[in-house]
Design a binder for this molecule. Structure first.
Ligand code: CS2
Length: 482
């Protein structure tokens, strides 16, 4: 059967929809592969009205795909032995914020909404990545302060919804950040309160006092859905589901257990409810995302299309192992119940999963927002301990080559990053390797003042950049692991 035959039935909801209890901002693939699955399992295990109203802050795609299916979609687990499909029904409605911001605010202020969760990616926090402070000049923040009834940003929706709940004497909801950022709860709290303070001191104080922002560590590798995936699902399951998502079998959710108005029984679905998430987050961001980004930039330059392709190349596998052993793990605090050697060995197995085509290009996106917590924090800790982490400096140099916008064969790179134009301009405006590195280190919002002014770090990045320029990424990696 071919994809998209007109007589192919669409997936439809199986069983009644649960009553809503959560509003989720950012209904992308990760949320569908992760949060919505945990919530489905939690309701199956322990009940509760925790149906999810998913809100897209930008495009109508998720709504257009999910609505004809009553919110149901397929989660495809990429087991090493082959895919396994499962229909998820925890999403009960999808709203598109730009079409009707008022409807989103109504839903957020409805008493049934007890949690507002977020997967809005790093750039959705409208902050300076190096300091975690709100960027008060961010165009979306300026817009939302001027027009609080029709916000654009997640922060604008949160602040206005909380303001309305306060004004009507309703209790607050819990704000649950599920983005890959260190202390994501603390960061969400900081930027929401900072924005509220620009509107109304008392509102900011109320949020500070009343609204919990638990931190979470989220982990599940979720490559983008492609037309191929939809077609294969159609062949095996006999229905068409453009909203399907694919992901690895592994999943881990560590949640700080601080909720103001209840929560689903996520523990029954395998989540770890803990008092302190920080060490888990540092472990995951530095060990997993740090090597992911390293493999993304060096791997892309060396023409490895996916993570599995990259680690099938022995020097790239060795690169990860050496980074973990020598540069990353020594900076990671020991999270309770984790064995770091076992954790990194398991990561390598996850990267090698041949069923997963996770593009280096996909992971390379938004590097300006990702580098600080994935790589630069580790670099800082190493520098404080008197070391120069050569492998991570090579990763930084590879990012610099990548955002320069031209690959090793002189072909343009499609760089997706909110700062792409500025980064390319800075790189193009400089001649020598050292000048290009200096121009990019000058981005304070990425490197802070400290790293930009660290001579030993700069020298190592310049060396690595020159090696990349002269020998290419493949040989640079081989030289590092030799
Ligand atoms: C990846 C992550 O795209 C990326 O930047 O590093 O999405 C990664 O797959 C997840 O964090 C895994 O939990």
């Amino acid at each position: 059967m071919e994809a998209g035959l007109p007589d192919s039935p669409r997936l439809s909801r199986r069983g009644p929809a649960p009553a809503p209890g959560i509003v989720h901002l950012g209904p992308g693939a990760f949320f569908r592969a992760f949060n919505a699955v945990y919530t489905e399992d939690a309701m199956a295990a322990s009940g509760g009205d925790w149906g999810i109203v998913a809100v897209s802050l930008r495009s109508a795609t998720a709504r257009d795909q999910l609505e004809p299916q009553g919110g149901a979609y397929t989660s495809i687990s990429l087991m090493p032995e082959g895919p396994r499909a499962r229909v998820i029904g925890s999403i009960v409605e999808v709203l598109v914020a730009p079409e009707d911001p008022g409807a989103v605010l109504d839903r957020m202020t409805d008493p049934s909404t007890r949690i507002v969760s977020l997967t809005i990616t790093e750039k959705g926090y409208c902050h300076f990545p190096s300091s975690g402070e709100l960027d008060p000049e961010h165009p979306d923040i300026l817009h939302d302060l001027a027009e609080p009834d029709s916000p654009r940003s997640a922060l604008g929706f949160l602040v206005e919804a909380l303001a309305r709940r306060r004004a009507t004497g309703q209790g607050p909801f819990t704000v649950l950040s599920c983005d890959n950022l260190p202390s994501n709860g603390h960061l969400a709290r900081r930027v929401v309160i900072a924005m509220a303070r620009l509107r109304d001191e008392e509102l900011a104080d109320w949020i500070e006092r009343e609204v919990p922002f638990p931190a979470t560590m989220v982990d599940r590798i979720t490559p983008a859905t492609t037309e191929d995936v939809v077609a294969r699902l159609e062949e095996t399951e006999g229905y068409r589901d453009p909203a399907c998502v694919q992901h690895e079998p592994f999943k881990q959710w560590v949640i700080e257990d601080r909720f103001v108005a209840g929560r689903p029984d996520w523990a029954a679905a395998g989540a770890q409810m803990v008092r302190d998430v920080e060490a888990h987050e540092t472990m995951k961001l530095r060990c997993l995302n740090g090597t992911h980004s390293t493999l993304a930039y060096l791997g892309y330059l060396a023409r490895h299309e996916t993570i599995a392709d990259a680690v099938a190349d022995p020097p790239f596998a060795r690169l990860c192992e050496k980074l973990w052993a020598e540069e990353i793990v020594p900076t990671v605090p020991q999270p309770e119940g984790e064995d770091l050697a076992r954790y990194t060995a398991a990561l390598m197995e996850r990267y090698r999963n041949p069923q997963i085509r996770h593009l280096t290009w996909q992971i390379a996106m938004d590097g300006s927002q990702k580098l600080p917590q994935r790589i630069l924090g580790t670099v800082r800790d190493a520098r404080s301990a008197g070391r120069v982490p050569a492998g991570l400096c090579l990763a930084v140099a590879a990012w610099m080559r990548y955002v320069g916008g031209m690959d090793e064969r002189g072909q343009p790179i499609d760089v997706r990053d909110p700062m792409a134009d500025r980064l390319k301009c800075a790189s193009d405006g400089a001649e020598s390797a050292a000048d290009k590195v200096d121009a990019l280190l000058g981005f304070r919002e990425i490197f802070g003042i400290d790293l930009a002014g660290d001579a030993a770090f700069r020298e190592a990045v310049v060396d690595a950049y020159e090696t990349l320029q002269e020998k290419g990424a493949q040989r640079a990696v081989e030289a590092y692991v030799a």
